[in-house]
Design a protein around this ligand. Structure first.
Ligand SMILES: O=P(O)(O)OC[C@H]1O[C@H](OP(=O)(O)OP(=O)(O)O)[C@H](O)[C@@H]1O
Ligand SMILES: Nc1ncnc2[nH]cnc12
Length: 179
């Protein structure tokens, strides 16, 4: 078993499931136990770095989605020596912004980014904990592209395959785990 598969299995074992949270009918995957383990966090960042190396991706910036995507994205950015850029929920960022509304598995919101935060033509990966319907990542993709940069890949710790998110995204996707 390779390093990526090994850490994926360990992360899978650490996630905790909650039925009917935050809405009836949702099986919620709680990632917080992963963040409580420095070994799992380091292993997770190394697994993404290894994947990036294996695919030969050149990455100038890691874009992380609020909130858990900040934690995962910054860990990856530190591991690969790239910068980190946040996509935030509406009303948190100052300056000139790009915005996009979205619906996710259990709610809706608006994502924003500081539009001049990366040099045009930069290569970025967009990172989050979960890909479910793809609503969140799709909106993040729109605001990131409004910055004039290239999304080389969307990257997730877990993909909930039956919700079809990978089909709505316009760039390749990679997930450490599939449910
Ligand atoms: O593919 P989708 O259906 O759009 O769902 C995926 C999104 O749902 C969660 O967002 P949430 O706002 O709950 O995350 P947070 O707790 O990290 O803020 C998760 O972190 C993803 O961003
Ligand atoms: N089922 C789920 N568990 C955790 N995060 C999610 N984001 C969207 N759907 C989710």
């Amino acid at each position: 078993m390779d390093e990526i598969e090994l850490i994926s299995r360990e992360i899978n074992g650490a996630l905790e499931q909650y039925f009917d949270f935050p809405r009836k009918g949702v099986l919620y995957e709680d990632f917080l136990p992963v963040f409580r383990s420095s070994r799992l966090c380091k292993g997770m960042a190394r697994a993404f770095a290894k994947h990036i190396e294996q695919r030969g991706l050149k990455v100038d910036y890691v874009v992380g989605l609020e909130a858990k995507g900040f934690l995962i994205g910054l860990a990856i950015a530190l591991e690969i020596g790239a910068g980190f850029v946040p996509v935030r929920k509406q009303g948190k960022l100052p300056g000139k912004l790009a915005s996009a509304p979205y619906k996710k598995e259990y709610g809706s919101d608006i994502f924003e980014i500081q539009i001049d935060c990366m040099p045009k033509g930069s290569n970025v990966v967009v990172v989050d904990d979960v890909l479910a319907t793809g609503g969140s990542a799709g909106a993040a993709g729109k605001v990131v592209e409004a910055c004039g940069v290239n999304i080389v890949e969307f990257q997730f710790v877990m993909e909930i395959v039956e919700l079809g998110g990978a089909k709505v995204l316009g760039s390749p996707t990679f997930s450490l785990l599939k449910r």
